[in-house]
Ligand binder design. Structure first.
Ligand SMILES: *Cc1c(COP(=O)(O)O)cnc(C)c1O
Length: 367
């Protein structure tokens, strides 16, 4: 007997998440200097961490021998105050990915179902599989979540409906009206999960927090990984009515968010300048790529986030060829989009280099 035969079948069958290729790994494999590599593969903040967060983390190092505040009092209070919610509405996670896992712990088993869009963030599917639940995928014409169809897909076994807004990897967003109509149809036994990892980027984002305040079956996910530039810290949060938040709190480890991360995140919340700079760089980079892709007649999906889905054809090959030149983008075959790649918006220098290398790779392919 192999060890697999004793293990949980759902774990054996799982296709592990494939993250963006790390800079160090790329440098090792290709014999390149890490400082010469441009990584635009994981939607990280090209300006780096919030400077205020860095200072707070340095100070927090002095207390690293003390366990973190497991209740996350200061950070949860600051998040709640900034959003007009209560402390009891906030659940901290080791990245917002952990909140996804806590929701699945709390609501999924073999009899239940999770609904998501066809080109949604792949972690929802991994989690549903891990918990033995049925994963229900709803088509998303033109890469936009079809909320009426997702509401139609709800059965009595449905517990979670995931709506990534804006979605990764498509960058598309559904608006307030569509969300309101969806919420009108949400039955009592189903939780709507709005994954808002990129909600700080669009100009006019919908408001889902009103549903938290109204005590509806809603959990809103946010993160410090994107706009605040703290992906390496692993800190995110869920916002939910108090009874739902209390359930999620039971499902987590006692010290799930480390003390350095709590200190960094707390300072990042108040760093308005870094947030404004990040938005500005993102707007400029987005305009740069949109114009470049139009000039080259490359199909792309207009994005509300900090990345773009573009279709050069043969995405795996384009990814590999660009990698050889030290530019890491994301191939999309795991999203059933083999002709597409996803590019995170970088600094001006990153964007120029990435486009140059993409041009070179596409010219070579034509020879
Ligand atoms: C990046 C991202 C997150 C954030 O994950 P963290 O665990 O907070 O780093 C969540 N959802 C989506 C759709 C994302 O793209």
């Amino acid at each position: 007997m192999t060890i697999d035969s004793y293990a949980n079948r759902f774990v054996c069958d799982l296709q592990a998440y494939e993250p963006g290729k790390p800079i160090d790994e790329t440098a090792r494999e290709l014999g390149l200097d890490p400082s010469q590599i441009v990584k635009v593969a994981s939607n990280e903040n090209p300006l780096g961490p919030s400077p205020m967060a860095k200072a707070a983390m340095r100070a927090a190092l002095e207390e690293a021998h003390i366990y973190p505040d497991g209740g996350g009092y200061r950070l949860r209070t600051a998040i709640a105050d900034s959003l007009g919610l209560g402390f009891e509405n906030v659940v901290l996670g080791n990245g917002s990915n952990e909140i996804i896992e806590l929701l699945c712990h709390t609501f999924l088993n073999r009899e239940t179902e999770l609904i998501a869009a066809e080109h949604a963030f792949v972690v929802y599917k991994l989690m549903a599989t891990l918990f033995g639940a049925k994963y229900v995928e709803v088509p998303d014409p033109d890469f936009i979540h079809d909320l009426p169809a997702m509401a139609d897909a709800i059965t009595e076994n449905t517990r979670l409906v995931f709506i990534a807004n804006p979605n990764n990897p498509t960058g598309t967003m559904v608006d307030q009206q569509v969300i309101d109509r969806f919420m009108d149809r949400l039955p009592e036994h189903v939780i709507a999960v709005f994954d808002e990892a990129y909600i700080e980027f669009p100009g006019n984002p919908p408001d889902t927090l009103r549903y938290v305040r109204e005590g509806r079956n809603v959990c809103v996910l946010r993160t410090f990984s994107k706009i605040h530039g703290l992906a390496g810290l692993r800190v995110g949060y869920g916002l939910a009515p108090a009874p739902l938040a209390a359930l999620l709190q039971k499902a987590r480890q006692p010290f799930n968010v480390n003390a350095i991360a709590q200190a960094g995140a707390l300072a990042a919340l108040t760093d308005k300048q870094h947030i404004a700079n990040t938005r500005q760089v993102n707007r400029e980079g987005m305009a740069f790529y949109e114009q470049a892709f139009r000039e080259r007649a490359l199909q792309f999906v207009p994005s509300q986030a900090n990345f773009l889905l573009v279709k050069p054809g043969g995405g795996d090959r384009v990814f590999r060829d660009m990698l050889q030149q030290g530019v890491i983008v994301r191939a999309m075959s795991s999203y059933k989009l083999p002709d597409w790649i996803r590019i995170s918006i970088g600094t001006d220098a990153h964007n120029q280099r990435c486009l140059e290398v993409l041009d070179a790779v596409l010219a070579k392919a034509k020879e």
